[in-house]
Design a protein around this ligand. Sequence first.
Ligand code: ASP
Length: 453
Amino acid sequence: MKVVKFGGSSLATGAQLEKVFKIVSSDPERTVVVVSAPGKRNAEDTKVTDLLINCAKQYLLFGEAPELVESIVSRYADIADELGLSNDVIDLIRSDLCQLLEGDQQDPSRYIDSIKASGEDHHAKLVAAYFRHQGADAYYVSPKDAGLFVTSEPGNAQVQPESYQNLSKLKKQQGIIIFPGFFGFNHHGDMITFSRSGSDITGSILANALKADLYENFTDVDAVYSVNPSIVSNPKEIRELTYREMRELSYAGFSVFHDEALIPAYRANIPVQIKNTNNPDAEGTTVVPKRDSTNGPVVGIASDSGFCSIYISKYLMNREIGFGRRVLQILEDDRLTYEHIPSGIDDITIILRQDQMDETIENRIMKRIKDELDADEVTVEHHIALVMVVGQAMRHNVGTTARATKALSDAQVNIEMINQGSSEVSIMFGVKEAQEKQAVHALYNAFFEKALI
Ligand code: ASP
């Protein structure tokens, strides 16, 4: 059997739902369908999830948000009208939403989270109603009834291990299951969401629990591209890549598939296929445990901005016991996560996501590092972009780094830092944000436009 997940743009209008129904009904193995909330209908549109977040915030401030409630409900009503569905499902969505909005507001982030989660919950009910209207034996399944339990951190839920056993029981059910993505329940019965775009995670959890043969992830592009198409036009499509490669690419800006979503599928060895709802005959991209590396050492170039780096230097740092631990303890005390730590004998650079740090936190950390660790120099650099060259075959290939650095130097890109993980799946270059695009172009040209060795 296959678990099939559809993203928000695949479910934004009645016409899109018709495509979804065709795709699901064309293959009897597609028995579990995971849905997102309605996404953008065009570039200027707003996702229902974002409308819901605003609505919850307004409710917290003013105790009402009539216009937002109407615009949310009308998004579903427009779809139902387009498909000729009765009003029953819209009445249900309206009353569910109003009931949630009147819910307990004592913990605002949990309150907002429950409203935010409802976008997929409502849509799963609507999609199930439409599938039944088309004569299919389809029904909505609530994550609560199915036992999808998660931790209690709003917007960053992690699946609880017992969920897999609970969800495996869905295997016995007949017909097509329509399951809302993006959230589960904690043990107190609160709806808690995964991080944004987390419906991919739900699909992967279900694929693992049901030991699916394939997890199909339908979105709005024909494939995963080897580079961001908004930076390089008409880039090469990737046919096949490994979990590790996909993880590295989605970490550094490839938003086509959520980076956390790979883990459950990976653990159960289930291939993940990225496909296009608007062009289902296109081959798509398959993520597999292992692949033949016949197409060169590099599979993709990714980049992401919004990083900063803390540079610490101290003479004889390499001989000082516990230096690294004490630096990291200072970060931990401020609940900061780090991304990379390239280091030398007398210095270390810690790369972090900028949005975790405001000026106060930054000053506090700098002072502590200087005072408590007696560092010779501590500096912070902002506006760093990370550019990743990804490909598992580079470990058996001589000269990949040389080619990359030559391409960057020919393009006059100044490399601020370079890091190659011990797994040799990727090489990371830190560059100034202003040079990010230049760097990506140069690397793409070097590995994809010129003849491969
Ligand atoms: N609707 C949610 C979001 O916009 C989750 C998802 O689409 O996967 O983040």
